[in-house]
Design a binder for this molecule. Structure first.
Ligand SMILES: Cc1cc2nc3c(=O)[nH]c(=O)nc-3n(C[C@H](O)[C@H](O)[C@H](O)COP(=O)(O)O)c2cc1C
Length: 160
């Protein structure tokens, strides 16, 4: 039985996604990237699950530091999400496109977004070109509640 790759692509793209900026820090090095393969995995403890490209800079940092942040973007922040398609180094509390604060765990939490959570890594599945990281939500900062940016609203695709 062979996989129908065209059908697989159409079907997997039906999985709805949000768009987030994942933040990482290793010493003075701060990095951020757009992540869409994100979902909740448990109420208690509160877990999030995120698929991260195995060859990305942030992947190595998450493995070594065992923590990451997730920033929830507002519905009108498509341009901000696009900036983080490319590696974004943060310096002095600022990425090129946006300022951030260090959260209690030392991870970048963007200003001007809905808010963000900081997670400690509690598990990972390394198989294929992305690693599935499981993070326990340790801190949560709500700046301004509102509608969140979704992949569907952008016309972009990451998946299939
Ligand atoms: C719409 C969109 C969604 C993306 N979602 C993810 C994702 O869920 N996981 C991931 O690892 N990369 C995702 N990427 C790719 C990363 O944003 C990109 O590889 C980033 O440059 C990695 O940065 P780094 O190498 O500095 O860690 C996505 C890209 C786009 C265009």
């Amino acid at each position: 039985m062979s996989l129908d790759v065209d059908a697989k692509k159409v079907l997997l793209r039906k999985i709805p996604h949000g768009l987030f900026v994942c933040g990482v820090r290793e010493g003075d090095e701060v990095n951020g990237f757009t992540a869409s393969w994100v979902t909740q995995g448990s109420f208690e403890p509160p877990l999030v699950v995120m698929g991260v490209r195995a060859d990305s800079t942030s992947h190595g940092i998450i493995e070594r530091t065992k923590r990451f942040s997730l920033n929830m973007l507002k519905a009108d922040q498509k341009d901000l999400a696009a900036v983080f398609f490319k590696p974004q180094k943060g310096l002095g509390g600022r990425f090129d496109a946006a300022p951030f604060q260090d959260g209690p765990l030392g991870l970048p939490l963007l200003d001007g977004v809905i808010g963000g959570v900081e997670c400690e890594l509690v598990g990972q599945i390394q198989h294929g070109d992305h690693t599935v990281f499981v993070g326990e939500v340790k801190t949560a900062q709500l700046l301004e509640d509102g509608e969140a940016l979704t992949m569907a609203s952008t016309g972009w695709n990451y998946g299939g």
